[in-house]
Design a binder for this molecule. Sequence first.
Ligand SMILES: Cc1ncc(COP(=O)(O)O)c(C=O)c1O
Length: 493
Amino acid sequence: MKEIRDTGLIQDEPLIFERGSKGRRGYSLPGWDVEKVDPDRFIPPHLLRGELEGFPQVSEIDVVRHFTRLSQWNYGVDSGLYPLGSCTMKYNPKVNEEAARMPGFSLPHPYQPETLSQGILRLMHELERSLAEIAGMDHVTLQPAAGAHGELTGMMMVKACLQARGDKRTKVLVPDTAHGTNCSTSTVASFQMVGLTSNERGVISPGRVAEKMDEDVAAIMVTNPNTLGLFEENLAEIAEIVHRKGGFVYCDGANLNALMGIVKLGDLGVDVVHINLHKTFSTPHGGGGPGAGPVAIKKELAPYLPVPVIEKSDGMYRFNYERPHSIGKVRAFYGNFGILLRAYAYILTMGPEGLRRASEMAVLNANYLMHGLKGAYHLPYDRPCMHECIFTDRLQEKSHVSTLDIAKRLIDYGFHPPTIYFPLVVKGALMMEPTETESKENIDRFIQTMIQIAREAEEQPDLLRQAPQRVKVRRLDEVLAARKPKLKWTNRG
Ligand SMILES: Cc1ncc(COP(=O)(O)O)c(C=O)c1O
């Protein structure tokens, strides 16, 4: 294997506002061949555009290079391995983008009549059926715009169902290995969150659930595979305990990319599950959306589905708004159709065998990565993982090197860092998810780089503490950047 060098991409350049010089133009137009007129004579003064103070005067190539280089600072899954655990930055096949750009899909207005939108409605209906089949559930709503939004929608349906039964339950059990959004969702849905501690295998014990489960518990919210990248092996037994006391089992199915085609969550006793299309079905994501977090439910919850529900009768697809028990609308119109379309294209191009193979490869790649890094980094749960694996900085502590330093050093080698300090149950966590699309060579290169960084931590720890060096901006004050973002250029600096 070739030696790994830190080359990075040094792209230091002034802002566009700081470039150019007076009179420089980005265009050249032919001379006037009509009489020159004074716009003041024809256009009301308040509609006339004035000079913009400080507007850059630059040539075409200045502009092209500037924006091309800006686009290169933006590390994406199309640039290289993006091992962000929990976020699942998997490759978005370009054929899905092609489908999404087809005029029949991209041009219709949401108010277009149903009779003229039959293809779109059919696509959404078939996507609902496919997701229901994959999750082993009865019905699906496509409306929620993100995973967390799906969670809230699911818990609102649980609440509506309990209210209809006249059952005033107030608590929701949330294990420490659940995704952070599960805690927020239970609270936003006006339940009191009750924590559950995972066992030494990193999963929930039925015994601990039984201890906390009573007739005031509305539901348990379980992330499966959980945020340690481990399969909740006792879920079926836990579901029985919860059901026996009249509660619901909510599964955060955002990590379905490890299970699709292999395990049907509905078969494990799950009553409601949300699916992150952007994590499992290869639709683009980032910056909080636009995404899609469809929710799949068992038939008991069907009366509470958000409206409209897509139905088929007499060979026609229709939106049904006449559903008196519905929790109402959770999203303008019908959800993020462009994202739904990409997921549908992915499911059709993969087929049942392809989806299963994708899950198998995601799990295989994560286990390969885990074995490759064993010894170089501390592995808190030394057992086969699902689609992601978790290490810590414990072995590097003696050199006073932290998880943050390791992550920053990866940038010098041209890799996006993994998720760090999450999940919270693991101190100094480095959470890595290679996804199914990475080749063995890519993963080998990442492993070799991580091992080299572990060696540097022992021999030249300052290299890590000062990383990243080969970038335009180095370590940011992230709190300041979040609290006081500079969103506008001013010449006052
Ligand atoms: C397990 C899990 N649950 C929920 C979410 C929240 O999804 P979203 O970011 O789409 O709201 C995520 C996001 O990555 C996740 O990994």
